[in-house]
Design a protein around this ligand. Structure first.
Ligand code: FES
Ligand code: FES
Length: 182
């Protein structure tokens, strides 16, 4: 399937992939963005969550073709270019919310989609936003605490300017051609 153009973390890519490629496969296998994980591959676990045009989606369920023209954010796009972590990443570390580690990117992207549209969510709203991200190890208490902490940090004047991951990337000029012979 020639010529899927999409913006990922502010960079514009053009990618040729087979017709049955998922967005998850495009990101991991063609763009090398392996921060997004595959758990179930069936839309059940949320490990593959990315933000597509502002919404948290299971990238394992999205045909790559549907991402043509879309703007995607993955966990790789959250830290600033100088390596400074996004407040959500800092909060997950600080609150001990990085549990098995495999699910964390998806959890963080679901949380980011929430905070982008609702900077001051209630605990119930945080739970709802994370409902599609399954944790089978310990629980959600630290994860919810981390999202609350990040919201508090991002809501302060000092922290408010640090939402680098929310940069839209619209207008990004870099066009990378990622093509693979299958
Ligand atoms: S890998 Fe996509 S929801 Fe589980
Ligand atoms: S965070 Fe992955 S199973 Fe709990």
């Amino acid at each position: 399937m020639p010529g899927i153009k999409l913006t990922v973390n502010g960079r514009l890519y053009q990618v040729d992939v087979p017709a049955d490629t998922t967005l998850l496969e495009l990101l991991r296998d063609y763009l090398g963005l392996t921060g997004t994980k595959e758990g179930c591959g069936k839309g059940e676990c949320g490990a593959c969550t990315v933000i597509m045009d502002g919404l948290a989606v299971d990238s394992c369920l999205i045909p790559a073709a549907k991402a043509d023209g879309a703007e995607i954010q993955t966990v790789e796009g959250l830290a600033s270019p100088d390596g400074r972590l996004h407040p959500l990443q800092e909060a997950f570390i600080g609150e001990g919310a990085v549990q098995c580690g495999f699910c964390t990117p998806g959890m963080i992207m679901s949380a980011k989609a929430l905070l982008d549209r609702n900077p001051n969510p209630s605990r119930e709203e945080i739970k709802d936003a994370l409902a599609g991200n399954l944790c089978r190890c310990t629980g959600y208490a630290k994860i919810i605490a981390a999202v609350e902490k990040a919201a508090a940090v991002m809501g302060t004047p000092a922290g408010g300017g640090r939402i680098e991951g929310s940069r839209s990337g619209r207008g990004a000029a870099l066009l990378s051609s990622q093509e693979r012979e299958e």
